[in-house]
Design a protein around this ligand. Structure first.
Ligand code: MOS
Length: 720
């Protein structure tokens, strides 16, 4: 089915199941420990061995020799595979890091060997016996210096009007630098796989990956084998946040180890490898200049940012939102991507906007203060319903002003003390801050297969559930479309034997995969109509109704009916900007003695199309708010500038926030309908929830203390 034009008002508008609160259907499996995660699949193949990786000890250069004799002789060891024995493996389109093979080292902890043994402890002990010699080269990891060199150079991605004249003529201007550190996904479950490539023929992988079909393609390219020889299963995933969009060393080392040992191999990347071997969010340096007239209308926005990655990678484009978020007739936007020998920088939840809004939304707060305006009002004045660079292109559905108004009202924003450092509660200085949120909302083609048998429906799609609630919203969509109760639907995900879906990423998963499920159900409806000899029918209360016909779905056919389809999206979407919007309001306390910042309460208002399930959507947003709190106050990958690696490579040194770090959280959904997004009029929510959070906290800390911090994280030493 192709989605060719804005959805009419007749689809899902009287929904009984979609849009309603349902606890996640996979919840009982998870809380009872019976959801099978990759590393726990002891049941799938016999004779599993354990793999353990060895990482390079230099950031750049060549491996000249590897001595694996002692490891090979160690107790329980079945095989050791070193990078020098293997030709450089292929690199798939969206990856740039070398995962294995050859002597070139591009980053610290690039995998150089894998040890396979009977037990985990034997594999780890033997891995410690592998030694390597290197020819090391200098690695430059100074992003600030690179930004200084690049400032004002290069071709802007957006260049509209006359920025310099606007600055010269403006009533009020701002010109500030902002910095965000590199961050790691820090998902609870590490990259983990069981790989059976025992005979070097069929490759079967039980893994933890957000994108089943990308994963298969990446494996085929990496090993130069036919994609049909590869089977991938990833039904349960203990968090991804973008870190599991890609093929990583666990699968590659597992495959090579399995082939060498002639047995299936299970391997989980140790936590230090999660930091320095897999991907991370790049740090950014950003210069933001704003110009406004005396009424607070922005006349110019100039956003120049830099991030780093391995050559060919994407880094973190902190300017992603700047072309679209606020009106201003003159604008210049440019992102400098700097090649650096740190591990590959790539996508992490809301890549681009997260870091961009950490800076831009502080700048907006500063500018409002310079103008003597309320920061909510300042944002409202600069709202736009069209692409500011191309007024012929409207937003498909944008309710940013309603987010601001709703949030201000619910939070009690009008009652705050606008004077910084002037509100005290015992030993705590109290502050209030807010920020706007923006995140693009793409869709990807998404397929599904549905099976109807005895009145029960099974949905099969290679879509994944990374903790988001995908199982549940897909079941709701299928039940709604087929007129069945939710209990009559079973959802099977994360298997390459099922139709190719959008997968989970870029907050496209929920909207795309439910659209694909809808398409497959419509194909099944058509099949049933043909059998009944009618042109159309209604599907309600477990029955099919058409003309004279009123039959239970359980009595349509003696054999199983199977239908499959893929939702594709027509070119018409290019006539619109599709995005999601929000507003965050935060109250903090800053301790007058220690500078400790505690977040007392947080409110998010979200405009992201139809909310498919308010329970799972809220769960996404409150989780994202906590992640934003970590980004504001504690998360930072510290770079050893001499040796070029991330020093705090574990969960003791990399400090992630938890729900107990927040006093109270509230989420309000506007529950809008975006007719351009999908037939269900739904958009993404999981990444929107993170956007703007950190700036709202930094702005609240400023309101509490009068101290403006532009370098994240806002640690207590910066408050003293
Ligand atoms: Mo998201 S960073 O595309 O999983």
């Amino acid at each position: 089915m192709e989605f060719r034009e804005p959805a009419g008002n007749n689809i899902f508008d009287n929904a009984r199941i979609v849009g309603k609160a349902h606890p996640r259907i996979d919840g009982p499996l998870k809380v009872s420990g019976t959801a099978p995660y990759a590393y726990e699949r002891h049941d799938v193949v016999d004779g599993q061995l354990y793999g353990y990786p060895v990482g390079a000890a230099i950031p750049k250069g060549r491996v000249t020799a590897i001595d694996a004799e002692a490891a090979r002789a160690a107790p329980g060891v079945h095989a050791v595979v070193t990078t020098l024995e293997i030709e450089p493996l292929g690199i798939w389109d969206y990856n740039v890091a070398r995962l294995f093979g050859g002597d070139v080292v591009e980053h610290y902890h690039q995998a150089i060997a894998v040890v396979v043994a009977d037990t985990f402890e034997q594999a780890r002990a033997a891995a410690a016996l592998v030694s390597a010699t290197y020819e090391a080269e200098e690695a430059d990891v100074d992003l600030d210096a690179a930004f200084d060199r690049l400032l004002g150079t290069g071709e802007p991605s957006t260049m509209v009007g006359d920025v310099e004249t606007a600055f010269a003529e403006a009533a009020v201007t701002l010109d500030e630098m902002y910095r965000t550190p590199s961050q790691t996904h820090a998902m609870m479950e590490p990259h983990a796989s069981i790989v059976d490539w025992s005979d070097g023929g069929q490759m079967t992988i039980w893994t933890s990956n957000q994108m089943i079909n990308w994963n298969r393609q990446a494996l085929a390219t990496t090993f130069g084998i036919d994609i049909d020889r590869i089977r991938v299963e990833s039904p349960y995933i203990g968090g991804g946040f973008g870190g599991k969009l890609w093929l990583r060393a666990d699968e590659v080392l597992g495959a090579l180890g399995s082939r060498a040992a002639g047995r299936p191999v299970k391997i989980a990347l140790p936590r230090p490898f999660m930091i320095n071997n897999t991907t991370h969010r790049s740090g950014t340096v950003q210069r933001i200049r704003l110009a406004a007239d005396a009424d607070g209308r922005l006349t110019a926005i100039d956003h120049e940012a830099a991030s780093h990655t391995l050559p060919g990678g994407r880094g973190e484009d902190a300017t992603a939102q700047t072309p679209y978020f606020y009106a201003a007739p003159n604008r210049r936007v440019i992102h400098h991507l700097v090649d650096m020998n740190l591990p590959e920088a790539s996508d992490m939840r809301a890549p681009g906007e997260t870091s961009g809004l950490m800076a831009l939304e502080i700048a907006m707060d500063e500018m409002a203060e310079k103008l003597g305006m309320d920061p909510v009002e300042f944002r409202k004045v600069n709202d736009t319903q069209v692409d500011p660079s191309d007024p012929d292109v409207p937003f498909s559905d944008r309710h940013f002003v309603e987010c601001l108004d709703t949030g201000a009202e619910a939070f009690g924003w009008a009652g705050r003390n606008t004077a910084p450092g002037a509100t005290r509660d015992g030993m705590w200085l109290i502050g209030h801050g807010m920020a706007g949120a923006y995140r693009g909302s793409p869709t990807l083609d998404s397929g599904a297969r549905v099976r109807l048998s005895g009145g029960r429906l099974t949905v099969e799609t290679d879509m994944t559930d990374i903790g988001t609630g995908a199982y549940t919203i897909i079941a709701q969509t299928a039940a709604e479309t087929m007129g069945l109760p939710l209990e009559a639907v079973e959802v099977k995900l994360g298997n390459s034997a099922y139709p190719v879906s959008s997968g989970s990423g870029g907050q496209f998963g929920a909207s795309s995969s439910t659209a694909g499920t809808y398409a497959a159900c419509v194909a099944l409806q058509r099949m049933i109509c043909e059998r009944l000899g009618v042109d159309e029918a209604r599907f309600e209360d477990g029955r099919v109704l058409a003309e004279e016909i009123d039959r239970p779905l359980s009595e349509i056919s003696n054999e199983e009916l199977v239908a499959e389809d893929t939702m594709t999206f027509g070119d018409f979407k290019g006539d619109y900007v599709l995005a999601t919007f929000g507003a965050h309001f935060v109250e903090v306390g800053v301790h007058v003695g220690t500078g400790e910042i505690r977040v007392r309460r947080m409110l998010a208002v979200c405009d992201s199309g139809r909310i498919l399930n308010p329970v799972t959507a809220r769960s996404q947003v409150i989780g994202a708010m906590v992640m934003g709190l970590g980004g504001a106050l504690s998360e930072e990958l510290a770079v050893d500038t001499g040796r070029a690696f991330f020093v705090n490579h574990d969960l003791a040194g990399y400090e992630v926030a938890v729900h107990a770090d927040v006093g109270a959280q509230e989420v309000i959904f506007l529950d809008t309908l975006d007719p351009v997004s999908t037939p269900l009029k739904a958009k993404g929510i999981g990444e929107l929830g993170l956007c703007g959070v950190a700036a709202a906290i930094a702005n609240a800390a400023y309101n509490a203390t009068g101290i403006r911090v532009r370098d994240y994280p806002v640690t207590l030493d910066k408050m003293l």
